[in-house]
Design a protein around this ligand. Sequence first.
Ligand code: GAR
Length: 237
Amino acid sequence: MNVSVPADPQPLHPGLSSDPGNVDLGSAALVSPLPHSPGVVNSPVNSPRLGILASGSGSNFEAVMQAIAQGQLQAEAAVLIYNQPGAKVADRAHQWQVPSLLLNHRDYGDREGLDRAIVATLHQFGVQWVVMAGWMRIVTPVLIEAFPQRIINIHPSLLPSFKGIRAVEQALAAGVRIAGCTVHLVVADVDSGPILMQAAVPVLATDTVDTLHARIQVQEHRILPAAIAQAVASQGG
Ligand code: GAR
């Protein structure tokens, strides 16, 4: 297990152990961040604690952090879990001073084993809501049943169309003229849970997977934080 924690950590949640295992929490004073730029985000006490799962660049992680910093999302990023060594999202977490943890799926015998490690970590960090912000692993009931109705996923298609991997490629291949993204609650069937929010974008004749994905991502960065805020509010935090 590879843990990276900020030099200037957030105060621990009252319900969280002050001795989170092998995590060195450091002792430096809190730093005041520039507005809306990476740094410590001082969330109000009792903000829901988010555990964010991501596999890649982390532009959606960034959008969530920006929304928290700007007061559009009342929440606290308790921990980032990522599964790909060297993923850029880990650098972003470091900049925002969010603890990050590499749980490499290759180190586990099966999906359940990885999910058990994820659940243990999320509990260790006092997480109340889980956000899959570009998490490219299928999750199992081990994780889903540990956070019932409290796991949120962003998918780059207008579900129920184009579930699974390479959703943008699937949309282009199908010749649709409208594409988009969906934020939904996670259930056992992949990309099938209750839809929280969607946004549509046009597909242009000249589009490649990259250009269409970039257009979709602009909308992802808007609706993921908004849907988290809405979901948290609907369940009273
Ligand atoms: C996002 O477009 C997200 O919708 C997608 O991965 C990308 C991650 O981008 N998720 C899936 O395909 C999940 N099935 P990011 O790392 O820049 O946030």
